[in-house]
Design a binder for this molecule. Structure first.
Ligand code: AMP
Ligand code: TRP
Length: 324
């Protein structure tokens, strides 16, 4: 049976990029025959030095969004990274299978080291990510396109460990949907949609009101032509809207293009807004219904399962390394 692992940082409100780029695929995979681990990676979010109170709220809210998103909880283990100390332990072990130069070449490291200064947590972040994935011997990692490079590094680390100490880790594969793996800001379509953007009007949050969603789409940046065509180079704004519509409706980009070929930009924007409203509404409603105690008890039970799996892998690794 295959094993799936993925993580999300509790660094703010979950947005449409998280949902269409990653969580939608978690929902699909959780209904397959697989073991699924979905983790709130709070240790990763420490790299941005979050405020203590907002981190606590964000951890619980992100857990609630996962529970509200349609993930099959019977088939999935949802837990918080810092509750399972083995992640950090394995990260240390794996750091011996990774070159400093490789870490320095990571695009996210280069981007983030400018804004937060360069502490070593930012540099070694991808090793912790490799530990997350490998601790449950995951075969599949459903993530957005911004994680491709980190996953490639994880594969290299796993391969080097195996070559030196025996075949312990499967080499994990990245899974993405046909569309939605890289949503861009509605206001600055050259930048990706993110939780903490300078212009919050470019990001659709899972619990935005209907009015706010319409407003954000109406003011989305497009181009001066009037052609609904997918062309990332010269029409990044319109391409992003086509991408969003296609990801939610599970249609091909070409099909969406054809469906709206006679629409004016204003009407197309409203059609995309309506699709997004219908998609987010049940998630936001379910989110409100989930109590804190429901989250806490689900996480407590799940953690026990995650711990059993992590301890098994760690004991195998310690034996392979001669530190058992
Ligand atoms: P993060 O919020 O950075 O922890 O990301 C959680 C998941 O959402 C990861 O799998 C990311 O690749 C994915 N993701 C984040 N932003 C986007 C985006 N703009 N478009 C598509 N996927 C995204
Ligand atoms: N680096 C990922 C991000 O910023 C989050 C993450 C941490 C992750 N560990 C992971 C994703 C393991 C997939 C698997 O989005």
């Amino acid at each position: 049976m295959k094993t799936v692992f993925s993580g999300i940082q509790p660094s703010g409100l979950v947005h449409l990029g998280n949902l269409l780029g990653a969580i939608n695929n978690w929902v699909k995979l959780s209904n397959d025959e697989s073991k699924n681990y979905f983790c709130i990676v709070d240790l990763h979010s420490l790299t941005a030095m979050p405020d203590k109170t907002s981190l606590k709220t964000s951890i619980r809210d992100t857990l609630k969004v996962l529970m509200a998103s349609g993930i099959n909880m019977k088939n999935s283990v949802i837990y918080v990274q810092s509750d399972l100390k083995e992640h950090a332990y394995l990260s240390w072990i794996l750091s011996n299978f990774c070159q400093v130069g490789e870490l320095q070449r990571m695009t996210q490291f280069k981007e983030k080291s400018n804004s937060f200064g360069t502490h070593s947590g930012l540099l070694t972040y991808p090793i912790l990510m490799a530990a997350d994935i490998l601790i449950h011997k995951a075969n599949e990692v459903p993530v957005g396109d911004d994680q491709t490079q980190h996953l490639e590094l994880t594969r290299n680390i796993a391969d080097r460990f195996n070559n030196n100490y025996g075949d312990i880790f499967p080499i994990p594969e990245k899974t993405s949907g046909k569309s939605g793996a890289r949503l861009m800001s509605l206001r600055h379509p050259e930048n990706k949609m993110s939780k903490s953007s300078d212009d919050i009007n470019g990001t659709i949050y899972f619990n935005d009101s209907k009015d706010s969603i319409i407003k954000k789409f109406k003011s989305s940046v497009t181009d001066s032509q009037n052609e609904i065509k997918y062309d990332l180079e010269s029409k990044p704004g319109i391409s992003n809207l086509i991408e969003i519509y296609s990801a939610i409706n599970a249609t091909e980009l070409k099909e969406t293009e054809k469906q709206f070929q006679d629409f004016r930009y204003g009407d197309f924007k409203l059609a995309v807004a309506e699709t997004v409203i219908n998609y987010l509404e049940p998630i936001a409603e379910k989110f409100e219904e989930i109590s804190d105690s429901e989250v806490d008890s689900a996480v407590e039970n799940n953690l026990k399962l995650a711990k059993v799996s992590a301890e098994l892998t760690i004991s195998e690794i310690e034996t392979a390394l001669g530190i058992d």
